[in-house]
Design a protein around this ligand. Structure first.
Ligand code: HEM
Length: 455
């Protein structure tokens, strides 16, 4: 009864007509779940029948396969989404065998999806990443965990990851990495680029991001920016790349066949290496902390020290989370920097404006602090505009675990996957990606659809 009242209030408040005169429900609460009614018979207003999944247009399973493999969108699924949105509009369904995905491709509709998320938003699961963890008895991290347990780890990881007051403690660590990066670029120009060129700037930025994330997470320098990258670090970087390369291949096969596939064995081996390096870092840090404690010295540090000392997580949990933070933080940042540099090279007046802003806040050799960054609004604008034009995570997915929800004119049942696109209309963004990894975030998201189909 209570939920019914909520529903009625919700409809009265939120039902309105769109430009085409269609009545639409724009709920802002997750009240619909309790109605337990057949979605196909929902009535909105007096005469308008609320639409259901059946009313949505979109490619069939065979047609989806044709787009992926016949038309060749397998590696550029975000482009396929753009083409599909031109054909079907901002809301359409794609079928991958038993799996139905609703694609949402307008900011307004995406907002509706996000506003109706339950207490524990659920992304597409990552069965291959999860399976590896189960095989080796490792813990899940923020990318692989779900439900209440996901929320628990996030609440532990969040403060030191997201709160500006804590994050500003990483200023020195990051500035050291930035200084090394600038020196490395100068060295590359002198020795390899005939005084001008850096031949693989995107690759260098990738190593810069890797070094930066490691310096914060592990509180140690990995040597990614050395003239000669240490062999172990090279292997670590290679393992990350291999893991991302193999992931979309593995999910093409039914899970039951994985143990027999050479590609799975390789996947397990590269994950083993990632965990081995992370374990080594954690072990060293624990020894350092132990030594300080036994000498009666204060224990100070950044991310890893805090996780270990606070004892909110077991060591296994720390490892599970820290490896995933590392994987999430490298391509995202390096590609964003790559694209912003690319556009500033194309538009020197924007570059000049940024330069003037930076030298006015940090004249001479002054090394910026987090307070200085807050006084650089143009810098923020440049980064935001870059992300608008080239979102490094251009698509994302949610599974409606808890509630049925309404998006636009349509109502959707529970346990449906919604894939939403965050993509500006990037006029001028027809240039080829300048980094080899730019498209990576889009790929696993879409490939997981296929995985579900074959399971
Ligand atoms: C330009 C930089 C970045 C962008 C644009 C970005 C964007 C995103 C997006 C769109 C998501 C999905 C959120 C969702 O499902 O609602 C995400 C998740 C995540 N990102 Fe980032 N990210 C960036 C940098 C980083 C960095 C530096 C780290 C860590 C060091 C990181 C760690 C994570 C983690 C752990 C998740 C999963 C969160 C969870 O589900 O609990 N990201 N990121």
């Amino acid at each position: 009864m209570f939920s019914r009242s909520l529903l009625q209030i919700g409809l009265r408040v939120c039902t309105h007509e769109n430009r085409n005169g269609i009545k639409r429900v724009t709920p802002t609460l997750t009240y619909i779940s309790d109605r337990r009614r057949d979605a196909s018979t929902t009535i909105v207003g007096d005469n308008n029948k609320q639409k259901t999944m059946d009313d949505l247009d979109g490619p069939s399973f065979l047609r989806s396969l044709y787009w992926l493999f016949g038309k060749g969108y397998f590696q550029t699924t975000h482009q396929m989404q753009i083409e599909h949105s031109k054909i079907y509009g901002p809301l359409w369904k794609s079928k991958y065998g038993p799996l139905v995905i609703v694609n949402v491709a307008s900011a307004e509709l995406i907002e509706q999806v996000l506003r109706q998320e339950g207490r524990h938003p659920t992304r597409m699961d990552m069965p291959h990443w999860r399976s590896y963890r189960e095989l080796r008895n490792h813990a899940y991290g923020p990318l692989t965990e779900m439900g209440a347990q996901w929320q628990r780890i996030r609440s532990i990881l969040n403060p030191r990851m997201l709160k500006p007051k804590h994050v500003s403690a990483y200023t020195n660590a990051i500035n050291d990495v930035v200084t090394d990066f600038i020196e490395k670029v100068a060295w590359l120009r002198e020795t390899k680029g005939e005084g001008v060129m850096v031949n693989d700037l995107a690759g260098e930025l990738y190593k810069f991001a890797f070094e930066g994330i490691c310096s914060v997470l592990f509180e140690t320098r990995m040597g990614c920016l050395n003239e000669e990258v240490p062999e172990e670090t090279q292997k670590f970087i290679f393992s990350v790349g291999e893991m991302f390369r193999l992931s979309p291949i593995i999910v093409l096969f039914p899970k039951s066949t994985w143990p027999y596939l050479p590609v799975w064995k390789h996947f397990v081996a590269v994950w083993d290496h990632l965990f081995k390096v992370a374990e080594e870092q954690v072990r060293q840090k624990m020894e350092e902390i132990q030594e300080r404690i036994s000498l009666g010295q204060p224990v100070q540090g950044e991310y890893l020290t805090h996780l270990i000392v606070s004892e909110q997580m077991s060591v296994t949990e720390i490892l599970g989370s820290i490896t995933e933070l590392l994987l999430a933080g490298v391509d995202t940042t390096s590609n964003t920097v790559s694209w912003s540099l690319y556009h500033m090279a194309l538009e020197p007046e924007i570059q000049e404006k940024l330069y003037q802003e930076v030298i006015s806040v940090c004249p001479g050799d002054k090394v910026p602090t987090s307070d200085d960054i807050a006084r650089m609004p143009w810098l923020k604008t440049v980064v935001r505009e870059t992300l608008r034009m080239y979102p490094v995570v251009p698509g994302n997915a949610r599974i409606n675990v808890e509630n049925e929800i309404v998006v636009g004119d349509h109502i959707f049942p529970k346990n449906l996957i919604k894939h939403y696109e965050i993509r500006a209309d990037p006029a001028g963004a027809t240039v080829k990606p300048i980094t080899r990894t730019l498209l990576v975030p889009a790929t696993p998201i879409n490939l997981q659809f296929i995985n579900r189909t074959v399971q």
